[in-house]
Design a protein around this ligand. Structure first.
Ligand code: ZN
Ligand code: ZN
Length: 263
């Protein structure tokens, strides 16, 4: 069995930044794939304050309403996008867990909207992913399938599948997430493809119910891509509900990862 837990470096530490307290991974600890790197230098205590002050001079007006900054109209930075705004255009304080802030921080209207959406992921879906669910798992083109519990690892970096066999897939190595759904109308079938690396989701919305998931991923040291299929059990009991919730949460996670590629 793995003894990785005992050898793990200190997972997190509390850091005081000019924008507020942040709970960040220790220097040697791996980062969560859901985390965002701060886009502006003033978030990093490692960069000298001088460069922040230089940056201050470069932005004389609010980037939203064009108000000129002066002694009364003070400049504020959105903690998420790093752009300069007046108080009115950057007044919302919203949790920003992806940048490890402990308390809600000031964000512009556009970023606040995105962060609100993500807060739901952290408050609900992430917990579902961590607690896991039971699936019928088929690897590659194998004829055989296996009942396994699939969950996100505590450091959020791996999907862990446990059954008669054990398998770990790095979230960062997943290239395609395809949610298999079934509409509520009998016989109506639908597929939501969500390719993390390749394309936008073919999202249809509606009352479709997630019944399974197809994952494509790379395995370090091997050529090409591996794939597996998760199918929720057919029995209409708690574990089925749990599996459906897990699939929905994984779909949200894939969206989050996809969107953050451009940030
Ligand atoms: Zn403004
Ligand atoms: Zn912003």
């Amino acid at each position: 069995m793995s003894s990785g837990v005992a050898a793990a470096p200190r997972a997190k530490k509390l850091v005081r930044s000019p924008s507020g307290l942040r709970m960040v991974p220790g220097a040697s600890a791996p980062r969560s794939p859901f985390g965002l790197v701060a886009t502006v230098c003033f978030l990093s205590p490692a960069i000298p304050r001088l460069s922040w002050e230089l940056r201050e001079r470069e932005c004389p007006r609010c980037m939203q309403c064009d108000a000129k900054f002066d002694f009364i109209t003070r400049k504020h930075h959105c903690r998420r996008c790093g752009k300069c705004f007046c108080d009115r255009c950057c007044s919302q304080k919203v949790p920003l867990r992806r940048m490890c802030f402990v308390d809600p921080v000031r964000q512009c209207a556009e970023c606040a909207l995105v962060s609100h959406r993500e807060a739901e992921f952290y408050d609900r879906q992430l917990k579902v992913l961590l607690s896991g669910a039971t699936f019928t798992v088929t690897f590659g083109n194998s004829e055989k399938s296996e009942t396994m519990v699939c969950r996100l690892s505590n450091n959020q970096r791996c999907l862990i599948l446990d059954g008669d066999s054990h398998c770990e897939i790095e979230v960062a190595h997943i290239s395609t997430v395809q949610v298999l759904t079934e509409g509520f109308a009998p016989g109506e079938k639908d597929t939501h493809t969500y390719s993390v690396l390749e394309s936008q989701p073919a999202s249809k919305g509606g009352n479709a119910r997630a019944t399974g998931m197809f994952l494509q991923y790379t395995v370090p040291g091997t050529e090409g891509e591996a794939q597996l299929k998760l199918t929720a059990g057919e029995d209409a009991n708690t574990s089925r509900r749990q599996a459906t919730a897990w699939l929905v949460a994984m779909h949200k996670a894939a969206k989050l990862l996809y969107e953050s590629r451009d940030q």
